[in-house]
Design a protein. Structure first.
Length: 99
């Protein structure tokens, strides 16, 4: 990711609550389109329609790896939150919680 930027550049942040979505649209004779949406905002990632090279494959693999890392981090945080909620629900010293 530390390569110089020679082409397009933009920073987009999507705040995704529980209603975000992602999809990959695959076409028989052009590059795929990866879409991430949150609310009314949509971000699409694509490559030049007919130009795929080694750098394109490297980028796609990095995207997949980073998406996997993101998913693992979210799952870890979610599991920790469930454990905390469970402990609070069974702790008699926690006001307003069932013993």
């Amino acid at each position: 990711m530390g390569r110089p930027v020679n082409g397009s550049w933009q920073t987009t942040t999507l705040h995704v609550d529980g209603r975000g979505r992602s999809a990959c649209f695959v076409y028989p004779h052009r590059t795929p389109v990866f879409e991430v949406a949150a609310g009314n905002a949509v971000m699409k990632v694509t490559l030049h329609a007919n130009r795929v090279d080694d750098a394109s494959v490297t980028f796609a693999r990095e995207l997949a790896e980073q998406a996997r890392t993101f998913a693992e981090a979210v799952e870890r945080l979610h599991k920790g939150q469930i454990r905390r909620d469970s402990r609070q629900a069974t702790d008699p010293a926690t006001p307003g919680k069932a013993a």
